[in-house]
Design a protein around this ligand. Structure first.
Ligand SMILES: Cc1cc2nc3c(=O)[nH]c(=O)nc-3n(C[C@H](O)[C@H](O)[C@H](O)COP(=O)(O)O)c2cc1C
Length: 254
C-alpha cells in the first residue's frame, strides 16, 4: 500500500514478511539519496549504509540476527553504520589533525546514523515498502562488522530488513500522548498515573497471551524476565562496549 500524505502517520506499522518481488537498485538508491538530506551534525554525514543482497553474505548475517524470520525472509538487509572513517580519512588527506576517536564523537555519529535510518524508513514506507528494524545489530556488532568488513570507526547501529509487504502487518498500540509530554519541566508520574499509561497495553488480548505463554504474573515481567532480561543486557553490553572500545572509539579510562 502506498500511503497518501494524511494516512501515513497513524497507519504505519512494521512489516516482517516480504514478497518475492524485487526491490530495485534504482528505487533503493533514490530513497537513500532522499534520506541523505536528513539533518546531520555539522553536515558531516557520519554514517554509511551497507546493502546486502548476496545470499552468502545474507546467510552469514542471519545468525547475528538470531535467525529472526524478519531477517531470513527479506530479499535484502541494510546495515546502517556510524561512520567516522570517511571523515577522518578526508581530514588525513587535508592536513587536518582530527580528534574523533572518543565517546563524544561516537555518540555524534550514532545520532546522525539513527536520524538517517529513520528518514530512510519513513521514505521507504511511504513508497509502499515494508521495513523492520533488527535490534540484534547492537547485540552482535562484532560478527556483523567482520562479515561486512567494517574498518575502524565504522560501527553497525541499525539493520533494516526491507521488501514489498507480503501481508498488511498490524497497527501497534502506543502510550497516550500525555505519558510522553512534559510541559516546561519533567513531571514524575504517580503510581496510578503510570498504571493508567500502561492499562491499555495490558488490556490487549495478546498481552494476556504473552503472560500465559511465559508463565508470568504481569506484562512488565515479560519484558524484564524474558524479552529484555538482565543477563542478556549485561552480556551484550560487555560485547558491544568492548567492540566499540577496540574499533576506533576507545572509552575514557578512569
Ligand atoms: C531499534 C529498534 C529495534 C527493533 N528490533 C526489532 C527486532 O529485532 N525484531 C523485530 O521483529 N522488530 C524489531 N523492532 C520493531 C518493533 O518491534 C516495532 O517498531 C514496535 O513493536 C512497534 O510496532 P510498529 O513499528 O509496527 O508500530 C525494532 C524497532 C526498533 C526501533
Amino acid at each position: 500500500m502506498k500511503y497518501s500524505d494524511n494516512s501515513y502517520w497513524c497507519n504505519r506499522r512494521t512489516i516482517r514478511k516480504y514478497s518475492d518481488i524485487e526491490v530495485s537498485d534504482s528505487l533503493l538508491n533514490e530513497i537513500i539519496e532522499k534520506a541523505s538530506h536528513a539533518p546531520t551534525t555539522g553536515n558531516m554525514q557520519l554514517y554509511s549504509v551497507i546493502v546486502t543482497r548476496d545470499p552468502e553474505t545474507l546467510a552469514a548475517l542471519y545468525p547475528a540476527h538470531f535467525n529472526q524470520p524478519a531477517a531470513t525472509g527479506a530479499p535484502l538487509l541494510l546495515t546502517f553504520c556510524a561512520d567516522f572513517n570517511r571523515f577522518c580519512h578526508w581530514c588525513d588527506i587535508s592536513d587536518a589533525d582530527h580528534g574523533y576517536n572518543n565517546f563524544q564523537s561516537f555518540m555524534t555519529a550514532v545520532i546522525d546514523t539513527v536520524i538517517f535510518t529513520q528518514q530512510f524508513v519513513t521514505i521507504a514506507e511511504r513508497e509502499g515498502l515494508g521495513c523492520c528494524y533488527l535490534g540484534t545489530t547492537t547485540y552482535n556488532a562484532p560478527t556483523i562488522a567482520e562479515t561486512l568488513q567494517l574498518p575502524e570507526r565504522v560501527i553497525p547501529i541499525c539493520t533494516i530488513s526491507i521488501g514489498w509487504p507480503a501481508n498488511e502487518g498490524a497497527i501497534s498500540d502506543r502510550l497516550p500522548v500525555s505519558a510522553i509530554i512534559h510541559q516546561e519541566k519533567y513531571h514524575s508520574s504517580t503510581d496510578s498515573e503510570v498504571a493508567q499509561f500502561y492499562a491499555y497495553k495490558e488490556s490487549l488480548p495478546e498481552s494476556a497471551g504473552f503472560i500465559a505463554e511465559n508463565g508470568k504474573k504481569t506484562l512488565a515481567q515479560v519484558f524484564t524476565d524474558i524479552r529484555y532480561n538482565r543477563t542478556n543486557n549485561e552480556h551484550f553490553s560487555r560485547l558491544f562496549y568492548d567492540f566499540i572500545d577496540s574499533h576506533g572509539f576507545p572509552f575514557p579510562k578512569k
